[in-house]
Ligand binder design. Structure first.
Ligand code: BDR
Ligand code: CA
Length: 314
């Protein structure tokens, strides 16, 4: 199994991504870092530790990451989307487990040495920890096999501003640094995550599952489903983070994913947080740009929900 480091802001859909990765034999979750985003970094780590304990995986190290973005203060999370505690205001059984002594950037750097050339980095929160790790050691990309990021919007509207997606918007400076670094990146933007939904019967199946983690995930999804009613007109949820996880694992394959230059707007204007993906090649039938390191996923081979459920229910 391929070693995988997850960086996240747990978070309802982050919780689904964690459950999915634990159920995926293709990968070995060797560490998790938390970052401020949906909740503060400390709370994100507590949620992650609780979920890992429920899944019987107390062995996975969890490190607290950046308490605030590179520039500016933490905005206070998204209580209306993920609940005040990040897990839909459900009280998970407290694991009592403690996070690692290192911070998330240090954990990532350590794992990059332990699994040099093999480590797959999956980031489903703001990119602050990855940027801090790059700052501390610019040779990091040489030891990382691949990076998969849930973030951005290519040809799709934003979800926190007309043009910006939440993970990029929380820390555009970090996103700019991470996307400029010399590693093999796959960006999984709103263009595909908003097309992959979980529906009420799916949540019922989770609630009724005989496994330790799935019924909790079903409960955690309740508030998130209510939030999405405003967007989709019915109770359901977008599967942002688990889609990035599934593409990283190979459970879902990107079918249209041109390699293009991606710039991040880190100005203070109305475009702040926008991912400017240079997709002009789509007009000419030559979408890849020479020298570009970032694949932008625009289409996938199959819907995520049935595959995700299959893994979460067994
Ligand atoms: C992203 O923002 C967070 O709210 C979700 O967990 C996901 O990572 C979607 O824009
Ligand atoms: Ca997230």
């Amino acid at each position: 199994a391929r070693p995988l480091y997850l960086d996240c802001d747990t978070g309802v859909d982050d919780a689904l991504a964690i459950g999915y990765l634990l159920a995926s034999p293709e990968v070995d979750l060797v560490g998790v870092g938390s970052v401020c985003g949906n909740v503060g970094a400390e709370q994100g780590a507590v949620n992650t530790l609780d979920l890992l304990a429920l899944a019987g995986r107390r062995d996975v190290p969890v490190a607290v990451g950046a308490p605030e973005p590179l520039a500016g203060a933490f905005h206070g999370g998204a209580p209306g989307v993920h609940g005040r505690n990040g897990v839909g205001d459900v009280e998970l059984p407290p694991s009592g487990a403690r996070p690692a002594a290192q911070d998330a950037a240090e954990l990532l750097l350590r794992l990059s040495h332990e699994h040099a050339g093999q480590l797959h980095v999956v980031a489903v929160g703001p990119l602050t920890n990855l940027a801090l790790a790059l700052r501390a050691d610019p040779t990091l990309p040489a030891r990382v096999r691949e990076v998969t990021i849930m973030g951005g919007a290519a040809l799709h509207p934003g979800n926190v501003s007309p043009v910006a997606e939440a993970n990029i918007a929380v820390d555009p400076e970090a996103a700019a640094a991470v996307l400029a670094a010399d590693w093999d990146v796959t960006l999984v933007p709103l263009d595909v995550t908003m097309e992959n939904l979980l529906e009420e019967p799916d949540r019922d199946a989770l609630l009724e599952a005989g496994t330790d983690l799935a019924p909790w995930l079903g409960q955690v999804l309740d508030l998130y489903f209510t939030f999405h009613e405003g967007t989709f007109g019915r109770r359901c949820s977008a599967l942002h983070d688990p889609l990035a996880a599934a593409i990283a694992v190979g459970g879902v394959t990107a079918t249209v994913a041109p390699r293009v230059h991606v710039a991040v707007d880190d100005t203070r204007g109305p475009g702040r947080g926008q991912t400017l993906c240079d997709l002009r090649g789509l007009y000419t039938g030559h979408p890849d740009q020479p020298g570009a390191r970032c694949r932008v996923v625009l289409e996938t081979d199959r819907p995520l929900a049935p595959h995700l459920l299959e893994r979460l229910l067994t």
